[in-house]
Ligand binder design. Structure first.
Ligand SMILES: Cc1cc2nc3c(=O)[nH]c(=O)nc-3n(C[C@H](O)[C@H](O)[C@H](O)COP(=O)(O)O)c2cc1C
Length: 172
């Protein structure tokens, strides 16, 4: 289906970009001793050398303010078993860490235990774009584990099924 130019409202944009399947991550940080966390799927790798990524935060997301105030954050890439964690960190105004306990596991901010991967970042720059704040993170440390990723497609959590076990030629 095509639409007339200029008729792309926010729900059309959301619905259409929902066709672009992603993983799911939780951005965690800590400011003034208070932990913060927020579920995102706008995570994008930006640069390999130097290693850099970006995350887009909706204006009003409290975690974005905490990330910019702290100047550092961790990306926790969720496994297929962590949908409940994704939902927990997508709730507004909650103490997201309540009952979870704070685990640092050698990281500079609290992290989500048993995530598929962790990337420790320093805030490199912040760019305002439309109704979102784009935070670029300079990646300082990474670690990952084996497992299946949690996916997000057309507004629903989903599975990500690898096609074959050989990475594509450009991957390495
Ligand atoms: C799968 C999924 C992906 C999400 N991705 C984003 C995102 O990329 N950026 C964003 O601002 N909010 C995203 N959200 C919504 C936030 O998680 C939600 O608004 C959260 O309550 C914000 O928390 P805070 O205001 O306490 O920081 C996503 C939610 C879900 C369930």
């Amino acid at each position: 289906m095509t639409m007339a130019p200029g008729s792309v409202d926010s729900s059309a944009m959301r619905r259409t970009m929902g066709r672009f399947a992603t993983g799911v991550a939780v951005i965690t940080t800590e400011f003034n001793g208070v932990p913060h966390g927020m579920t995102v799927n706008s995570l994008t790798s930006v640069s390999l050398d130097p290693p850099m990524l970006l995350v887009c935060f909706n204006h009003g997301a409290r975690s974005a303010e905490a990330v910019s105030a702290a100047g550092r954050f961790a990306v926790n890439i969720l496994s297929s078993r962590q949908q409940a964690i994704a939902l927990r960190f997508a709730q507004r105004g909650e103490n997201h860490f309540a009952g979870l306990g704070l685990e640092y596991d050698g990281h500079r901010v609290p992290v989500v235990p048993r995530a598929l991967a962790h990337l420790d970042c320093d805030v490199d720059r912040i760019v305002e774009a439309g109704d979102h704040t784009v935070v670029f993170g300079a990646v300082r440390e990474v670690c990952s584990r084996e497992g299946e990723a949690l996916g997000f497609f057309r507004g629903n959590f989903s599975s990500i099924v690898p096609h074959g076990s050989d990475p594509e030629h450009w991957f390495f």
